[in-house]
Design a protein around this ligand. Structure first.
Ligand code: FES
Length: 105
């Protein structure tokens, strides 16, 4: 599926991602700047913070307690914030745009 990562400065990185890997892994495999994933996807670092538009949020799994807690470590958190490592890519997410924050640290 196609995923577009939109950097804070508006630069778009479009990647082709396999089903089942996370939004963080797809970004890392394609060297998308602006997303770190320091903990390797264990929901422990908060450096895979991203924003998902309201219209797309329905395509994602609900946020669990641990994700919510780890998001507290991220910067510039909003209602649209998610941790990319906690979102496995599904077929329905084809064409989705994921916005990245200005910083992860
Ligand atoms: Fe560390 Fe997502 S990669 S919380």
């Amino acid at each position: 599926v196609q995923i577009s990562y939109v950097a804070h400065n508006g630069a778009v990185h479009k990647v082709t991602a396999s089903l089942g890997i996370s939004l963080m892994e797809a970004a890392a495999m394609n060297r998308v700047p602006g997303i770190e994933g320091d903990c390797g996807g264990f929901c422990a670092c908060g450096t895979c913070h991203c924003y998902v538009d309201e219209k797309d949020a329905i395509l994602l799994p609900e946020m669990h307690e641990l994700e919510r807690a780890t998001l507290d470590f991220a910067y510039d958190v909003t209602e649209r914030s998610r941790l990319a490592c906690q979102i496995p890519i599904t077929e329905q997410m084809d064409g989705i745009r994921v916005r990245l924050p200005a910083r992860q640290y």
